[in-house]
Design a protein around this ligand. Structure first.
Ligand SMILES: [Zn+2]
Ligand SMILES: [Zn+2]
Length: 445
């Protein structure tokens, strides 16, 4: 009791959550693990001391990771509040999905229990000098991929091959395997974007947007607004026929009926389907704000065949006339002012990478010509600036000072200096030229 009174600011370290205000916001389990590290205690010890305070009876088999701390359930509410209290850091419920508890059914938010992670996010954290941490979006079972790195989320350690090694242990340092202790991040070797299911990436992005939006919500989203939004979508897309709509999004007729007439609330998965088919974003739907939503214009029979959220847009492959393209490249090669390969690609409406792949030699020639042009231009600028630099050096020496960048910049007009890519080197050249004996004798004349 006394210790609480004597230390009113916070009993636990006031750790700031990571990734606040972004779709990469930290999850509550991650925050909890870092808090344990910060106090140099095990997650088990910390969780027991917290649990004993907030839960009436704590079984001796209590294990903190059985509590779904990032979800919309009671534990998330209790634990985020307790941690806010003990650390004096407000709004720790924003590290969970609690903001959406009225609009996702009680059992409708599946949480990944075995701890998935993006190895590239961890690697990036470390490379940028940040503390690696678990993202809130990784907690959702609807997220399989990292939308940023376009790679699958992992559950296994790349070193020891063990599963469930992210956070289920007494000692957890986010980013390191709890079994073998090796770093879980890995850089590069991105799989081809094509191998990632566009629907999975779309879903990951939607949920990323959701956790981004929840950090600045003006009010807690309500079930009524969600149901109104769904009614509006059914009205506009299917003329108010909920059976048609149910078929469209692939759920039972009775389920939709229960949302509209009963007290049912869609699961996160169902809401994703509604978003995918209606073109509203998941955030718009769940916050019940369709003010900017426009009903998609699609042929009715086409809608029923739409199993995936995103229509494939790149199926039509344009046949290219490479002989004609090579003629164009030839013409570019004799333009009075050279152009870059990128610009050539833009003019021909072709990805420059494809130009290197299909018209390799001409494209490389184009690239070389541009580089040569740049070199020449640079020389012209030096020639142009040279007399100014000479005069500046002479003036500076006359004042008994030594030549510094500051002195030169004060004397030579900026437009003369700006195009010089290596002013220091140019100045050195000018000075060594000025100090040559033949210049001295010329000056003496
Ligand atoms: Zn990532
Ligand atoms: Zn391992």
């Amino acid at each position: 009791m006394n210790s609480v009174l004597n230390n009113p600011r916070s009993e636990l370290h006031a750790l700031q959550p990571l990734g606040e205000g972004t779709s990469d916001v930290e999850s509550l389990p991650s925050y909890f693990c870092r808090l344990a590290v910060s106090h140099s205690v095990s997650t088990l010890a910390l969780s027991r001391s917290i649990a004993q305070r907030i839960e009436h009876d704590v079984s001796h088999q209590f294990d903190w990771h059985q509590r779904r701390l990032a979800s919309t359930c009671e534990s998330a509410e209790t634990w985020s509040a307790a941690l806010s209290e003990l650390t004096a850091v407000p709004n720790l419920d924003k590290l969970t999905f609690l903001s959406w508890q009225n609009v996702i059914s009680r059992s409708g938010l599946s949480i990944v229990t075995r701890g998935q992670f993006c190895p590239s996010c961890f690697a990036e954290d470390l490379a940028k000098g940040r503390t690696p941490y678990f993202r809130l979006v990784w907690e959702s079972a609807e997220v399989f991929v990292c939308s940023r790195h376009a790679c699958s989320l992992e559950t296994h350690c790349p070193h020891c091959g063990k599963d469930n090694i992210r956070h289920t242990a007494a000692y957890v340092v986010p980013g390191w395997c709890t079994h073998c202790g090796e770093f879980l991040g890995k850089e590069g070797e991105m799989p081809a974007t094509a191998s990632i299911d566009p629907a999975a990436r779309w879903a990951a992005r939607q949920i990323g947007e959701l956790v981004h939006a929840q950090q600045t919500l003006a009010s807690t989203p309500t079930r009524d607004n969600l149901i109104n939004a769904i009614s509006q979508i059914i009205e506009e897309m299917d003329n108010g026929q909920s059976a048609l709509f149910a078929r469209r999004i692939g759920v039972a007729k009775s389920t939709v009926h229960n949302w509209l007439k009963g007290d049912g609330t869609p699961t996160l998965k169902a809401s994703l389907k509604i978003a995918a088919h209606s073109g509203a974003s998941l955030t718009q739907l769940l916050s019940g704000d369709l003010s900017t939503w426009v009903c998609p214009q699609i042929e009715p029979q086409l809608i029923l065949n739409l199993p995936q959220p995103k229509p494939r847009t790149r199926t039509v492959k344009r046949e290219r006339n490479w002989a004609e393209i090579e003629n164009q490249l030839q013409a570019f090669l004799v333009l009075p002012t050279p152009i870059t390969v990128r610009e050539a690609g833009r003019r021909l409406n072709i990805d420059p990478r494809l130009l290197y792949l299909r018209a390799n030699m001409l494209t490389r020639q184009l690239g070389e010509r541009w580089k040569e042009y740049l070199r020449r231009r640079q020389d012209e600028h030096v020639v142009n600036a040279w007399p100014h630099l000479e005069q500046a050096c002479i003036d500076i020496w006359a004042e008994g000072k030594s030549v510094t960048l500051r002195e030169v910049i004060a004397r030579v007009p900026a437009p003369i200096l700006a195009p010089l890519s290596n002013l220091l080197l140019n100045l050195k050249d000018v000075q060594s030229h000025l100090m040559r004996p033949d210049f001295e004798s010329e000056a003496a004349k």
